[in-house]
Design a protein around this ligand. Structure first.
Ligand SMILES: NC(=O)c1ccc[n+]([C@@H]2O[C@H](COP(=O)([O-])OP(=O)(O)OC[C@H]3O[C@@H](n4cnc5c(N)ncnc54)[C@H](OP(=O)(O)O)[C@@H]3O)[C@@H](O)[C@H]2O)c1
Length: 290
């Protein structure tokens, strides 16, 4: 299948491109930079240098690649810039979907998140509504997710993959990453924000399992699917394990819980045949080097 990957150089994209090639797909990857495009070519895929916020340029690029499916792995988080990512989810997705539809593409698989669900006590499945109307700054993030998934749904077929917190090579949680730096006291602690309150529950997913899900989802039916490991966990459980894996002292306990921090269940993805190689962060945090 001809597949266009927007976000081919990101934490998931750079693992995804080789997986798609191995599965026999013809891949074109998008990057804003020459260096990014060259990186994609070195992986054996075609590449196009374009900014998805450039509507006309993107339309031409998508038409030239003539994909059968678009995979959207776009975020703007290298500087932890939530607002830039909200904009990309809204305007970047609008441009990508419009360009894809005008090129006759019917299908999109898109990167979403599994912690935008309405508050609750148990891990959320895909029937739980999004947390629309949440207070800021969470509200802006949820709105960006809603806009992204809603725009993607204009395609004949759309599968938002609601990923857990990514860990593994190239992520904030890997050695040298921003969370590791914050745990070591080397950087602004905003990377250790509200999810680290002791009783908050989050779901994780290793970046390799996240990429594998995007390949698997190429023939899944329309609708959102949580892509998370098997063990949603409170911060008081996972933070000490992460610190040990990074060779750092465990941080001090922080009391409290965010009501929306409930984790997510992967039953639907598993029912479709996807299963995480890294079933739990307990063992996975130790396997994060590239
Ligand atoms: N679920 C999660 O927990 C989650 C999800 C995503 C990211 N993160 C965290 O955020 C960190 C940074 O993410 P990342 O490494 O994936 O980098 P990123 O800066 O978020 O970029 C992701 C991808 O989007 C592309 N992109 C961004 N803006 C674009 C635009 N206007 N036009 C075209 N392409 C655009 C980038 O391409 P170019 O830069 O090559 O143009 C890159 O391929 C990760 O290390 C990870 O820990 C977490």
């Amino acid at each position: 299948m001809r597949v266009l990957v927007a976000g081919a150089t990101g934490a998931i994209g750079r693992v995804l491109v080789p997986l798609l090639l191995e599965a026999g797909h013809q891949v074109t990857g998008i990057s804003r930079t020459l260096a990014g495009a060259e990186r994609v070519r070195r992986q054996g895929a075609s590449a196009v240098q374009v900014d998805v916020l450039d509507r006309d340029g993107l339309r031409q690029a998508v038409a030239a690649a003539a994909p059968e499916t678009v995979i959207h792995q776009l975020t703007d988080l290298s500087d932890a810039d939530g607002k830039a990512t909200d904009l990309l989810r809204r305007d970047g997705t609008r441009n990508l979907v419009d360009a894809a539809r005008s090129a006759g593409v019917e299908r999109i698989v898109a990167q979403s998140i599994s912690w935008a669900y309405a508050p609750g006590e148990s891990p959320a499945d895909e029937t739980v509504p999004l947390d629309i109307g949440a207070a800021q700054p969470r509200g802006g993030m949820v709105e960006g997710i809603r806009a992204m998934e809603e725009k993607a749904a204009e395609m004949d077929s759309s599968v938002p993959l609601r990923y857990g917190i990514l860990y593994g090579p190239g992520t904030w949680y890997a050695p040298g990453g921003a969370v590791a730096a914050a745990l070591a006291g080397d950087s602004d602690a905003h990377f250790l924000g509200s999810i680290e309150a002791d009783l908050s529950v989050m779901s994780f997913v290793h970046v390799a399992d996240a990429a594998g899900a995007a390949v698997a989802a190429l023939d899944w039916p329309t609708g959102p699917v949580n892509i998370v490991d098997d063990e949603p966990a409170q911060a008081r459980e996972w933070l000490p394990v992460l610190a040990t894996a990074l060779g750092l002292p465990a941080p001090e306990a922080r009391s409290g819980r965010q009501s929306w921090a409930r984790g997510a269940s992967n039953g639907l993805a598993r029912s479709r045949g996807w299963k995480p190689e890294h079933t739990t962060w307990r063992s996975g945090f130790a396997i994060q080097r590239a």
